[in-house]
Design a protein around this ligand. Sequence first.
Ligand code: G3H
Ligand code: ZN
Length: 284
Amino acid sequence: PLVSMKEMLEDAKANSYAVGQFNLNNLEYAQAILQAAEEEKSPVILGVSEGAGKYMGGFRVVVAMVKALMEEYGTTVPVAIHLDHGSSFEACAKAIQAGFTSVMIDASHGPFEENIAITSKVVELAHIHGISVEAELGTVGGQEDDVIADGVIYADPKECQELVERTGIDCLAPALGSVHGPYKGEPNLGFKEMEEIGAASGVPLVLHGGTGIPTKDIKRAISYGTSKVNVNTDNQISQARRVREVLNEKPDLYDPRKYLGPGREAIKETVIGKMREFGSSNQA
Ligand code: G3H
Ligand code: ZN
């Protein structure tokens, strides 16, 4: 069923695993991720950025597509449709209106008091509708859509606690050195801060930039209260690699089903691997 992230993440936190957020880019992503979740008996979060939502034809199209697939597949595992890096109150409201079950308000780029004000407004609206809210503090490195971070700023543990207390968010993404897209070298996550924030804030934590983080770091993050890990680039890389292989092997191929189909399989295999790594398999 379609649900918010709230119960999912609380269960994950209580049982020391993390739920994967896998981003949608088109139909094949939705198919691959829903199939993987059902096969693995894993809860799952479908992440939709504003840019990807626009690409797929708008938030309503995304919701209709996901609902129809879930009906067709007879999906039994919990699924959340989550706005990823919502840039404004309006974007979150639009997603909620379209039928999203969860939103992220990313007001981490502005001043702290502004972040609190916008996030509180989103929480007020979302909670009326039973929708969960994720907020961010600090800056995730790299690029996502057209959001380019010009420097990685670590979240401040005191500010994290204050944000959680004053806004009533359901989960928090404290940026602690993670990066969107591939890492240059080994990631250097702020585990000391993560432990402190996890213990003080009480809410499940979210780790953005899940691509390229070694398993030992994922496990350590989970032990400090990280209950959601976001992955997009890894799926894109495995899909692109497979599509490239197929097209290189058969230069005369033009039927999209013949290369997007194998690409979809590659996404599914990657998602299954992540679900096992995060420990969410067999938790639904
Ligand atoms: O919000 C989405 C994620 O943080 C994706 O990060 O593309 O590095 O896996 P990634
Ligand atoms: Zn992110």
